[in-house]
Design a protein around this ligand. Structure first.
Ligand code: SF4
Length: 284
């Protein structure tokens, strides 16, 4: 299951019990880029058809998680590439809807897609040597409460710790590295995790690292305590803005570069659409 799908599941669990103000990095980024898109995804829960690129990312993440189950000397590129077909079939078992991902596709398209996942793993091995690593955590669920009632939660791809206890937060991206202008947006997710780790373990992670497999680039950053304090303030303000929007139903559309990847243009006023009635009408 993809990290986004897992985060959504955790959000749904909370909603099923009672509404608990909470943010994950993905949902926080959604609200920051377009509050209406956040509403469509989190409150209306409108379906979004999976794309082959997104599902490939999930498969590659699953392989990179399982790779570290092997003894260090067995973590070879061949071993990783040999896990791709199994990871794809395991994913289809947990998410049967994915069985139709290649329905109607040309012959050989699924095989080419599997090969492209193997090529991304080759890129991973060009960036890191997994035989030299023993992660302290993989696909780790983290959660902390900040302020009076805001819960921050997420799932960290990998957490490394050295002998001195210094922590490194690692996130795999199957896309290409962003331009310099977009780097701070890319680091938002890792600073979010750094804050949660700091608040739960009392240690500011020494390094945040993004590994971009499509173009074999690495982005690293060392956060300071002051930055994490600022991040916490920012997230508390964001959480308050989300709660205000939930209470009033006022989720504005915010047109931007991400509209091209939005599945809900047909319902968006910016594109001539009309959103469905707001399902959480305030009690009067
Ligand atoms: S199309 Fe753009 S403005 Fe409209 S909901 Fe999607 S992201 Fe927001």
């Amino acid at each position: 299951m993809s990290v986004e799908a897992l985060e959504q599941l955790v959000d749904d669990e909370q909603v099923a019990v009672a509404h608990v103000p909470s943010l994950s990095p993905s949902r926080a980024a959604d609200f920051k880029s377009c509050p209406l898109r956040y509403r469509f995804r989190v409150i209306d829960k409108l379906p979004e058809p999976p794309s082959p690129a997104a599902v490939r990312g999930t498969v590659v993440h699953a392989v990179l998680e399982s790779l570290f189950d092997l003894a260090a000397t067995d973590r070879t590129l061949e071993a990783a590439q040999g896990m791709v077909a199994g990871a794809w079939s395991a994913l289809r078992e947990t998410e049967p809807d994915l069985g139709t991902l290649f329905a109607g596709a040309e012959a050989g398209e699924e095989q080419a897609w599997l090969s492209s996942a193997q090529a991304l793993l080759e890129s991973y091995f060009a960036l890191e040597d997994p035989t030299r690593l023993e992660p302290a955590g993989r696909e780790e669920r983290v959660e902390v409460q900040v302020g009076e009632s805001l819960t921050l939660r997420g799932i960290i791809d990998r957490l490394d710790a050295n002998a001195a206890g210094a922590l490194r937060v690692v996130d795999y991206k199957t896309g290409a590295a962003p331009s310099e202008a977009w780097e701070s947006k890319a680091l938002f997710q890792l600073k979010f995790y750094a804050l949660v780790i700091w608040r739960t373990r009392g240690v500011v992670p020494a390094v945040l690292q993004l590994l971009y497999l499509a173009d074999r680039k690495r982005l690293t950053y060392s956060p300071t305590e002051a930055e994490l304090v600022a991040m916490e303030r920012h997230l508390l303000a964001l959480g308050a803005a989300v709660e205000h929007a939930r209470a009033t139903g006022d989720f504005r559309a915010s047109k931007g570069p991400l509209c091209g990847w939005c599945d809900h243009q047909a319902l968006c006023p910016e594109f001539g659409g009309t959103p469905p009635p707001y399902p959480l009408l305030p009690v009067v």
